[in-house]
Design a protein. Structure first.
Length: 320
């Protein structure tokens, strides 16, 4: 009996110690074990590996990020694949908000601690899948970084909150031309009206790409305050131009119609018809009349009947 008690007592001491050794080894080796199985053969097994990784907590995430390498200094394909798979997996589980917040916080911490722009770029991209309110404030400094403006802007564009829009607008003008192009395009996509007046300052840029994106953004926002800015550029363009000023103006008229700014919409349509009368400009007239018909319905018929009498067959076909 005493022998049995002694054996049980010995096991009671050994088993916890063995379990503790296992735990210590797990954090050091489990990531390598998971990575060795990536890419997974199927989605179910991939999700299993992701769950194992999530179970390692913030320390496990930190250790995985430490394995990332700057392009050209080594192969970290499976590490990046595991991080991206985790972000995608969590993004498709909307009821598990805590997991999403956990990953967002860990990504933001890793971005802040990293000294390498290429690694920061990759980590910011993952926030496009799980970024939320926490990301808006943390990513603001990167909007002014020439290399990180693009991925940071994309994240805020996906978040789409008022704070995210304000952050994009606040950064405008504080970066080099390429950064401004990225920010203006995003603000136009968001149709953020408070940005219209500030964006308009770039309408006269000598940078063709910046000017084109500016005009397109103002058209997408559709604020009546932008009418003069857009027409000043379009009205001084005789035909095709890399800035696509006339096309942007017509798109702007369509947005005015959607916003029920019908008086200004009609004014723009008539301005197009008066200005562009040459045979090689008829497609602009057709575009303007399409907008007019869409938003004015039967009231547009008299003008359409008049235009159908034009001698250009292709133009008549386009109107019909």
């Amino acid at each position: 009996m005493k022998k049995i008690i002694w054996v049980l007592f010995t096991l009671a001491l050994v088993i916890p110690a063995f379990g503790q050794a296992q735990d210590n080894r797990t954090l050091e080796t489990k990531i390598a074990d998971i990575l060795a199985q990536i890419p997974a053969n199927d989605i179910a097994y991939r999700d299993k590996l992701v769950n194992e990784f999530i179970g390692l907590g913030s320390q496990g995430f930190e250790k995985l990020v430490a394995r990332l390498k700057v392009p050209g200094s080594g192969n970290d394909a499976v590490e990046r694949m595991l991080i991206n798979s985790t972000a995608r997996y969590i993004s498709l589980r909307p009821v598990h908000d805590q997991e999403k917040i956990w990953l967002e916080q860990n990504l933001l911490t890793a971005i802040k601690q990293s000294k390498e722009k290429a690694i920061q770029h990759f980590l910011i991209q993952q926030l496009d899948l799980v970024g939320g309110c926490l990301s808006v404030l943390s990513l603001k400094p990167y909007l002014q970084d020439a290399e990180l403006c693009e991925p940071a802007t994309k994240v805020l564009l996906s978040i789409r909150t008022e704070k995210a829009k304000e952050a994009l607008l606040e950064a405008l003008g504080k970066v080099k031309p390429n950064g401004n192009i990225t920010l203006i395009r995003a603000l136009g996509t968001l149709q953020y009206k408070p940005a219209a007046t500030i964006i308009a300052q770039f309408a006269g840029s000598k940078n063709t790409t910046l000017q084109r994106v500016t005009l397109q953004a103002l058209a997408g926002i559709g604020d009546p305050v932008s009418y003069k800015t857009l027409w000043d550029v379009a009205g001084n363009t005789q035909g095709y131009n890399p800035t696509m000023a006339i096309s942007s103006f017509i798109a702007y008229l369509d947005r005015l119609g959607e916003e029920n700014e019908l008086k200004l919409c009609k004014k723009g349509v008539l301005a197009i018809l008066e200005k562009y009368t040459n045979p090689d400009q008829l497609h602009y007239r057709a575009g303007a009349l399409e907008v007019y018909a869409r938003h004015f319905g039967e009231k547009a018929l008299p003008l359409l009947y008049k235009e159908v009498k034009n001698g250009d067959k292709d133009y008549r076909t386009a109107l019909l």
